[in-house]
Design a protein around this ligand. Structure first.
Ligand SMILES: Cc1ncc(COP(=O)(O)O)c(C=O)c1O
Length: 380
């Protein structure tokens, strides 16, 4: 073995010599899962372990940075990132609930959230009640019918774009001693900040508009310090933490969040307006908040799928919130796990197409939908 290899220590302390004195404009990605423990570190860990960096599943500087940016966008005291949007939803609910607790949730939610609520949580012994998100009387009846612990809704639901009256539901929840947890993935803080309307926790699939580039799976929960610490404790035991590289991708996407949302929202408005003039589009849902549009075409799910297949600008793909327009039919993607009856009960029409508007030129996207609808032969 050469002499220089014999003396090669490879000690990681050496990395400290290469830390810049100046602050980098782009934050570093901290891949280290562990940290040198000195006397101060032991003391800090004993006194407030969750605040310190000593193990990557507990916290990571770049992950914290992305969480801080999102908390700021939502007007929250604190935030914590998770492995995915579902990781955020499951970790938050399991942090706030104890065995047997009652949850009142909207029927209009993302398909996997539906499964978590009505299949998994119910199987684990929680008492889960579902209500039509648009029916305030139903919210009131169910929230008041028992000792409710958590109320759950999407600001603007996937895929119906139904808006929950968050201020009213927050009042009902608080009067019953419950916490309101809101998934703000579709509306985004560009359009709505649920905490300002009374929500106690806001969740995102950061995979979507916050990241914006369809290249990272991530989730986040924001709220007050106490609530976020409770969720962090659950993330630690469930292992639903986010990796440092994904956190960096979310952070990078956030740098263009405002301009992306402005452009994508303008395109969504123009597309909704153009499609609402067609007779073969029987319903256009666009509440004017954000970049999501849902349309229902005459001819049901079969034609809807045909329309999506013939798009040349829009991509037939699940997910949403990317710089590319992502188009899907809920019946065979986001909500395939629901029966046709469950889909109708959740106001998912036969023939619905979900559109997440991207950054392509607006005219090109509108023309793409026009040619696709025309070519399926039902235009009048
Ligand atoms: C509204 C909503 N919430 C949560 C999720 C789950 O997010 P993730 O795929 O990041 O787990 C999705 C995914 O599509 C969603 O649309």
């Amino acid at each position: 073995m050469p002499d220089n290899l014999e003396s090669f220590s490879g000690r990681p302390e050496r990395a400290a010599d290469f830390l810049p004195r100046t602050v980098p404009v782009v934050p570093p990605i901290h891949h280290s899962v562990t940290y040198f423990l000195d006397d101060q570190a032991y003391k800090d860990v004993q006194e407030g372990g969750l605040r310190e960096h000593w193990y990557g599943r507990f916290r990571n500087p770049g992950v914290d940075l992305a969480a801080r940016e999102i908390a700021e966008l939502e007007g929250a005291e604190a935030g914590f990132m998770t492995s995915s949007g579902m990781g955020a939803i499951a970790s938050t609910l399991l942090a706030l609930l104890s065995a047997g607790d009652r949850v009142v949730a909207a029927k209009q939610v993302y398909g996997d959230t539906h499964d978590l609520l009505s299949r998994d949580l119910a199987a684990w012994g929680f008492d889960v009640r579902r209500v039509d998100a648009l029916d305030l009387d139903a919210w009131q009846d169910e929230i008041g019918a028992g000792p409710t612990r958590v109320v759950y809704a999407e600001t603007m639901s996937n895929p119906q774009l139904d808006l929950t009256d968050l201020a009213a539901v927050a009042d009902l929840a608080h009067a019953a001693g419950a916490l309101l947890v809101v998934d703000n993935t579709f509306a985004t803080p560009y359009a709505v900040r649920p905490l300002s309307l009374g929500a106690d926790a806001v969740i995102h699939s950061a995979t979507k508009f916050l990241n914006g580039h369809s290249d990272a799976i991530a989730g986040v929960v924001v709220g007050d310090d106490d609530l976020v610490t409770r969720v962090q404790q659950r993330v630690i035991t469930l292992g639903t933490c986010l990796g440092p590289y994904e956190a960096y991708l979310v952070w990078r996407g956030l740098q263009t969040f405002r301009v992306r949302m402005a452009q994508q929202t303008a395109t969504a408005g123009a597309l909704a307006e153009a499609l609402s003039r067609r007779q073969d589009v029987v319903r256009v849902r666009y509440p004017g908040l954000g970049a999501m549009v849902a349309i229902t075409v005459a001819g049901g799910d079969e034609r809807a799928h045909d329309v999506v297949r013939r798009l040349r600008v829009g991509c037939e793909a699940t997910s949403l919130g990317g710089v590319e327009t992502l188009v899907s039919t809920p019946f065979n993607s986001s909500h395939f796990s629901l029966t046709p009856q469950q889909r109708l009960a959740a106001r998912i029409d036969d023939g619905m197409i979900r559109i997440s508007c991207g950054l392509e030129p607006t005219d090109a996207l509108v023309a793409d939908f026009v040619q696709s609808l025309d070519s399926t032969g039902r235009s009048r």
